[in-house]
Design a binder for this molecule. Sequence first.
Ligand code: XMP
Ligand code: MG
Length: 178
Amino acid sequence: MEEFTKKILVSSEQIEQKVKEIGKEITEDYKGKELMLVGILKGAAIFMADLARSIEIPVTMDFMAVSSYGSSTKSSGVVRIIKDLDSNIEGKHILIVEDIIDTGLTLNYITDNLNKRGASSVKICTLLDKPERRKVDVPVDYRGFVIPDEFVIGYGIDYAEKYRNLPDIFSLKEKKCD
Ligand code: XMP
Ligand code: MG
């Protein structure tokens, strides 16, 4: 028996269109600059792959993995780096690519951390934004979709490591028992 109901929130067509738009903006904004995309694993992996191909200037790519302590669906604010960047980012223009901003605690930590390493600039690109749950203000430079405070899956985003391969984004609701 399924414990959850899935409702489509953002379709793959909407995502494709939005990724193209954001890619165009990034291409314009970073013309003549050396840009490094930093994808936050694992959630942003699929967005990163599509976004990178919609950017028409040369970019380099690296990845970080972080985890917040605490329960799986609620962020605790304490962030731990599980996989760090492979390269030195001093003097580089960094664009962090994230799947979703919720409380903002994760990206607040990562942005601070990358700035301290001497990057020339650190900006943020997130596919999804749940502004209702924000605890710290993070400057979002490129944003795909603002969504309500619902738990989402698909297009890289998981529930218990499953559903990342769904092409669309769904909200997941617990089924009421009767
Ligand atoms: P914060 O609260 O630090 O959280 O902005 C960002 C991270 O929390 C995860 N997150 C989710 N993961 N469905 C998920 O599978 C969601 O609805 C959701 N909301 C937040 C996500 O890993 C993100 O990087
Ligand atoms: Mg994430």
